[in-house]
Design a protein around this ligand. Structure first.
Ligand code: AMP
Length: 450
């Protein structure tokens, strides 16, 4: 299959070729024709499958056939759970639309609202937004939805995990009922299906990777270790294997900061990224990591969600996530778009139940590799995938939710806020801009000026 056989026009095909994409990924070959037919779509696809192009390319095709957008109007709304993902999707929209006379904009919390209000005066064919800031702008009459044609919910599962259900319901209530709706989610839980019922109409259901399985291109193993030895083991692994770009997951913000300091002390450059960091600090940490200035990025689950780092070779779970599904999301950061990756989990005896829940969820026993000099005193009990056992539900943690909302909302993503009362930085740069220097890119703010 080729992109040209999918019904996309020359300006889009040209942009796709310039991106270096040769063949459509499975999600793209299924989603593109369905969207072009005007169908609603419900797609189970994790990050790294090419889902962003899967919905953006046909949307651009449909929009390029219609009429131009008026002041404050939006023709397509793409909702994402995090600022980073919004910026990345906005970046992709810009790239794919570079030969079309279509405009796009990105709005999210944590930065000043005024430039976004000014930008919206010209309207946007495509608006990428996080829910809180979108409502904020709507409440200040900066956005009108009367011309809305298409709604995309990206990473819908994560939006629910992050407590955005009420914001989503508020947004749905102000959108025209007559529209095309596309819903993307890494997993389709019962809660997501319930949400989908009131959202999509006779959808084409697409699934490109079986539910809750990890990407095939990722090699996974675990290293049993005593809790206190984890930082030393991590430093040892990084040095011994000469890992140059490592994304490390920490369960807590405090833990992320502490670990980052420890690594720096050991001569391993690192940065921490989590909800307590300002948007500017998060953007800088990501850019430094992508450019190679920083070797290790220590992130909490929420902050790491949606980070698009091409061909990330190495992911380390310093702590296991409290929710087994988050393991799948974390692993989705590596081995993307056909590249191979390695995911290592440092596991102490306390985490045996979490490990067991993960092995049941991903339906495989993770290989154990004990590192010489780090044999745990508190032995990690045997675990393994048992096809006859029902998956055990682990209690959901409160921490990531509050962490995100704390950082995000403190940055001004609350609806009903007064103009000018938000954020510290007025700049709206893309976290992906530096790393992708091989191709000319423009920031989301520039997108708006077209
Ligand atoms: P996504 O799942 O949308 O986050 O995309 C993951 C990565 O795959 C991004 O870096 C895209 O640039 C890349 N990508 C998307 N579609 C293709 C394709 N057809 N061929 C090669 N790479 C792709």
């Amino acid at each position: 299959m080729t992109f040209s056989s999918l019904g996309l026009s020359a300006p889009i095909l040209k942009a796709v070729a310039e991106e270096g994409y040769e063949t459509p990924s499975p999600i793209q070959s299924k989603a593109i024709p369905a969207v072009l037919e005007g169908r609603d779509v419900m797609a189970a696809a994790q990050t790294g499958t090419g889902k962003t192009a899967g919905f953006t390319l046909p949307i651009l095709e449909l929009l390029s056939r219609g009429t131009r957008v008026g002041a404050n109007e939006v023709r397509t709304l793409i909702l994402t759970p995090t600022r980073e993902l919004a910026a990345q999707v906005g970046d992709n929209v810009l790239s794919y639309s570079r030969h079309l006379p279509l405009s796009s904009a990105v709005v999210y919390g944590g930065v000043k609202v005024n430039p976004q209000m000014m930008r919206m005066r010209r309207g946007a064919d495509i608006l990428v937004a996080t829910p809180g800031r979108l409502l904020d702008l709507y409440n200040q009459h900066a956005i009108r939805f009367n011309k809305l044609e298409i709604l995309v919910l990206d990473e819908a599962d994560r939006m629910l995990d992050m407590g955005f259900i009420h914001d989503i319901k508020r947004i749905l209530a102000i959108l025209p009922k007559q529209r095309q709706t596309l819903m993307f989610s890494a997993t389709f839980s019962d809660q997501i299906r319930t949400l989908a019922k009131g959202l999509v109409n006779d959808p084409v259901e697409i699934s490109v990777s079986p539910r809750n399985t990890t990407a095939q291109t990722v090699t996974q193993w675990i290293s049993p270790v005593d809790k206190k030895q984890k930082p030393a083991l991590l430093a040892h692994l990084i040095k011994h294997h000469q890992w140059e770009q490592v994304l490390v997951f920490s369960r807590t913000k405090h833990g992320a900061n502490k670990l980052s300091r420890y690594l720096d002390d050991k001569g391993i450059t690192s940065a921490a990224i989590h909800g307590n960091k300002s948007q500017g600090a998060r953007t800088k940490a990501l850019a430094d990591f992508k450019s190679g200035d920083v070797r290790v990025l220590v992130a909490t689950d929420i902050a790491a969600r949606g980070l698009d780092i091409d061909q990330l070779p190495q992911v380390v779970n310093f702590d296991l996530p409290n929710v087994a599904e988050d393991y799948v999301h974390r692993i989705g950061r590596t081995g993307r778009a056909g590249a191979t990756g390695q995911a290592v989990s440092l596991i102490c005896a306390d985490e045996v139940e979490l490990l067991s829940a993960i092995e049941q969820l991903i339906k495989q026993t993770l290989e154990r590799k004990e590192v010489h000099g780090f044999t745990p005193v508190n032995e990690l009990p045997e675990t393994g995938y048992d096809p006859n056992r029902r998956p055990k539900k682990i209690k959901k943690p409160k921490q990531p939710k509050t962490e995100y909302q704390g950082g995000h909302r403190a940055g001004g993503n609350k609806p009903h806020k007064k103009p000018g009362s938000t954020g510290s930085s007025g700049r709206q740069t893309s976290p992906g801009a530096k790393q992708r220097s091989r191709k000319p890119r423009v920031s989301p703010v520039k997108a708006g000026t077209r």
